[in-house]
Ligand binder design. Structure first.
Ligand SMILES: [Zn+2]
Length: 353
């Protein structure tokens, strides 16, 4: 599964650092090598996206957990050796919010997930409070098969929840568990998208038996209107999930960690690229920030290197997530991108800590 590959493209091309004009020129040449070269680092991402002609990025796969949980997650990643996982954005929540703004992210989720009962409602308090405080944070919630789940999900929806996260592999549960029936029905009725980790990643953490396309296909047979966003392009079950998406119009994908430049998790099989390109209105950019082993720009470069063209890029970075999350009609979608950095005052940081 973990198969790092040598970097094949010298992205350190001879461009002047951080000069918007140069980036605009490189981007508008339309050649993918030029575009990749213009994305040398995080300080180029915002200019790159503007040169593409969209106001910014909507990142549907960003994690914000309570600090105690985040520290435990990082401790797990710190143990990885094949390959090692040097976490680039290990910082307090205020600093992470500022980093996302600085790379031109206008809206992003705040994903958290439970691995046992009794956690999800508490996680939702955290993520929904973050969204209430910061307009760029989409009100995100999670759930777990347990008593009371329908109550706290309806509470999350009443509190403005507009996006859900479910992690079948970490949660180690059946998506079709009867305790979730009322929740899925509720989310299908409300057309609330669910970022669903359903790929059976063989990383030694277990839980693969709950993943793969079969439980998801069954779920969709029962709730065909559920707007699903299969995380990480369904890796490593991408082919199966593409087939599901080709017959199920509510199935979408996020691109988090696959593809990246340089590649880290896995190579997308070349034979699947045409099918991914053809689903261009259902692919949403995601980064997996902050627990990523490379800079943010690597995620955007990975998308550019697919070479599907500027329209495809604009759709993945901006139009598709805006549409799926109904951001064009929502007040909170206001492009507050222009606000200066460093607005996260100490009081706010304390509240988040
Ligand atoms: Zn993730």
């Amino acid at each position: 599964m973990f198969r790092p590959r040598n970097r094949v493209l010298g992205v350190h091309a001879a461009i002047s650092a951080g000069i918007e004009e140069d980036i605009r020129e490189l981007v508008t040449t339309g050649e993918v090598m030029h575009q990749v070269a213009s994305l040398r680092g995080d300080n180029h991402v915002r200019a790159f996206v503007h040169a593409l002609g969209v106001p910014g990025i909507v990142d549907v796969h960003v994690h914000f957990m309570p600090d105690s949980v985040q520290r435990k997650v990082w401790a797990v990643f710190d143990q990885l050796t094949n390959p090692p996982w040097p976490i680039v954005y290990r910082a307090g929540a205020g600093e992470r919010l500022a980093t996302l703004r600085s790379v031109g992210v206008v809206s992003h989720t705040a994903l958290a997930y439970a691995h046992r009962p009794g956690m999800a409602a508490w996680l939702n308090e955290h993520t929904l409070a973050l969204a209430a405080e910061h307009a760029q944070v989409l009100p995100t919630f999670t759930f777990y098969p347990e008593d009371g789940v329908d109550d706290y999900v309806s509470h999350a929806l009443e509190s403005g929840g507009s996006c859900a996260k479910v992690h079948l592999q970490v949660g180690k549960f059946d998506a079709n568990d009867a305790r979730l029936d009322a929740v899925w029905a509720r989310l299908a009725r409300a057309r609330v998208p669910i970022i669903l980790h359903a790929g059976a990643v063989a990383d030694g953490s277990g839980g693969e038996e709950w993943c793969g396309v079969r439980p998801v296909a069954r779920l969709l047979e029962r709730f065909p209107d559920l707007p699903l966003v299969i995380a990480h392009l369904g890796t490593p079950d991408t082919e199966d999930f593409l087939a599901l998406a080709e017959t199920s119009p509510t199935v979408h994908f996020d691109t988090a960690m696959v593809p990246t430049d340089p590649p880290y998790l896995t190579d997308l099989p070349a034979r699947l690229l045409g099918r991914i390109e053809a689903l261009g209105d259902r692919i949403l950019f995601g980064s997996d920030f902050p627990t990523i082993p490379h800079d943010y720009a690597a995620q955007v470069r990975g998308l550019v290197r697919l070479d599907f063209g500027d329209d495809w890029l604009r759709a993945a970075l901006w139009h598709n997530p805006r549409r799926l999350l109904s951001l064009d009609s929502a007040d909170r979608s206001a492009v507050k991108d222009a606000a200066p950095l460093g607005q996260q005052g100490p009081a706010q940081n304390e509240r988040l800590a």
